[in-house]
Design a protein around this ligand. Structure first.
Ligand code: DUC
Ligand code: ZN
Ligand code: ZN
Length: 461
């Protein structure tokens, strides 16, 4: 009998804890042996000499096919996960958005229908509650048991936001049943105030989107959510921290011993408010929430990522074609919020994180994979290279140099916010449960190969 289906040979294996040379033996979708000189004449040999062999990327914040402002994000579970795979990501956790009147069970089923048979990599689903009532609250324990242990609430957005009262009820119920609540933290009323004022003054171009939601708007909501979590005695996870105003709230809470966690995204580390000043309607490419910030935030955010103030880097991948962005040609408030990012996360974090001397290879693995697996209930099935774990692996070539173009990417959208940026280091081979699904920028996997991940209890890290 064949001992291994495949062996990844002679790579430099990097985990969250260590770096060593070795071979990885894979059988039946799992890593079954790690060692030197593994042999099996019948096994497929994947040569990784001179390259890094790391846990496949995990992006716990994507919006495939998300309805927003009368349109839908342009990547669906097929196109979006093909792009993820080509960029070295082997797992996503996507946000299912509850429509008015739908139960959580129905919401999850709608998202499963979008994903099942389409995703090319494994995926989990968060439940984004927008319409809370007593029945929904009572559904939470069942949903956690069924593999949906993470919930998100919007503190802003008409039609989707919840009150502080609902946030407190959710924090308590989710925590009592072994789940984790996260928030999109921005102050709804402040944004409304600034948006109305800017519109009345005729300031309607894309850049005013950023002006309408300054850093303090985010910091205030993050600080408030943290205080409510303290009052409830629960953990809290804050998505897409963009600036010092919010990340410093997390830092303060963590230093005082509170179980507060969060993420940032590549766009808040390498792009800035200056992008909104691009000519014509180009600034619309960067209309997302929270918006891009002044560059002065970059050092703080890199340090927050390096020092575990925030635990990981996600993308908030939510692309729209420029045609869709034009819904807001006359007024920034109508531009669908979101931008692509799922494909370049690993390369950007390597180039500017490791290459930029912001952190080492262990931290790279922690922030791109291991910590997401831990926080979102997938560890050690996902997020590590260990005997018994799924063989989700990226072979990363630190020597490849590229200049980003839209054409080299697989995202279903007509631009990339990272156009023209220089990269050094790029994923070469992506392996999902033992199968090579992308190689040298080409997708080699199969539609529908991705499986739903029934997730377990989150870890506080
Ligand atoms: N922010 C975005 O930019 N897009 C989707 C949702 C969100 O919170
Ligand atoms: Zn958000
Ligand atoms: Zn989001």
């Amino acid at each position: 009998m064949r001992k291994f289906d495949s062996i990844i040979k002679s790579g430099t294996i990097i985990t969250a804890a260590d770096t060593f040379e070795g071979d990885i033996g894979i059988k039946d979708e799992k890593i079954i042996q790690i060692g030197l000189n593994l042999e099996d004449k019948e096994a497929k040999i994947i040569d990784a000499k001179g390259k890094y062999v790391m846990p496949g990327g995990i992006d716990p914040h994507t919006h495939m096919d998300m309805p927003f402002g009368g349109t839908h994000a342009s990547d669906d579970f097929n196109t979006g996960t093909v792009a993820a795979a080509c960029g070295g990501t082997t797992t996503i956790v996507d946000f299912s958005i509850q429509s008015k009147g739908k139960t959580l069970k129905e919401t999850a089923a709608i998202w499963r229908e979008k994903a099942d048979g389409n995703a090319v990599i494994d995926y989990g689903i968060h439940l984004n509650i927008t319409d809370m009532n007593d029945d929904i609250l009572e559904e939470i324990p069942t949903m956690i048991k069924e593999g949906y242990p993470s919930f998100k609430l919007f503190m802003t957005y008409d039609g989707m936001r919840v009150t502080d009262y609902i946030l407190m009820k959710t924090l308590k119920k989710v925590h009592e049943n072994g789940g984790l609540t996260s928030v999109h933290a921005e102050n709804y009323h402040a944004i409304k105030y600034f948006t109305e004022k800017l519109k009345a003054e005729g300031k309607v171009e894309p850049k005013y989107h950023a002006v309408s939601r300054p850093d303090i708007v985010e910091g205030e909501a993050a600080g408030r959510a943290i205080k409510l979590a303290k009052l409830c005695g629960t953990p809290l996870y804050i998505v897409h921290n963009s600036c010092e105003e919010s990340a410093s709230e997390i830092k303060r809470a963590r230093e005082a011993g509170y179980p507060i966690m969060g993420e940032t995204c590549p766009q808040y580390l390498v792009l800035s408010y200056d992008n909104y000043e691009e000519p014509g309607f180009e600034g619309a490419k960067y209309v997302m929430s929270p918006p891009l910030r002044n560059k002065s935030n970059w050092p703080y955010m890199w340090k927050a990522l390096a020092k575990n103030t925030v635990q990981l880097v996600a993308t908030d991948h939510c692309p729209f074609f420029m045609k869709q962005k034009e819904l807001g040609k006359e007024f920034f408030g109508k531009i669908p919020n979101g931008a692509p990012g799922v494909e370049l996360r690993m390369a950007l974090m390597y180039t500017y994180g490791v290459g930029g001397n912001n952190f080492d290879l262990q931290r790279f693995v922690q922030i791109t994979s291991t910590n997401a697996a831990k926080i979102f209930g997938m560890y050690p099935k996902k997020g590590t290279i260990a005997v018994g774990s799924d063989a989700d692996i990226v072979i990363f070539n630190p020597h490849i140099e590229k200049t980003v173009t839209k054409e080299m990417l697989h995202e279903n959208v007509d631009y990339t916010p990272y156009e023209g940026m220089k990269l050094k280091g790029y994923p070469e081979v992506t392996i999902s449960r033992g199968k090579v699904i992308a190689e040298n920028g080409k997708f080699t996997g199969e539609k529908g190969y991705g499986k739903f991940i029934k997730r377990k209890a989150p870890m506080i890290i």
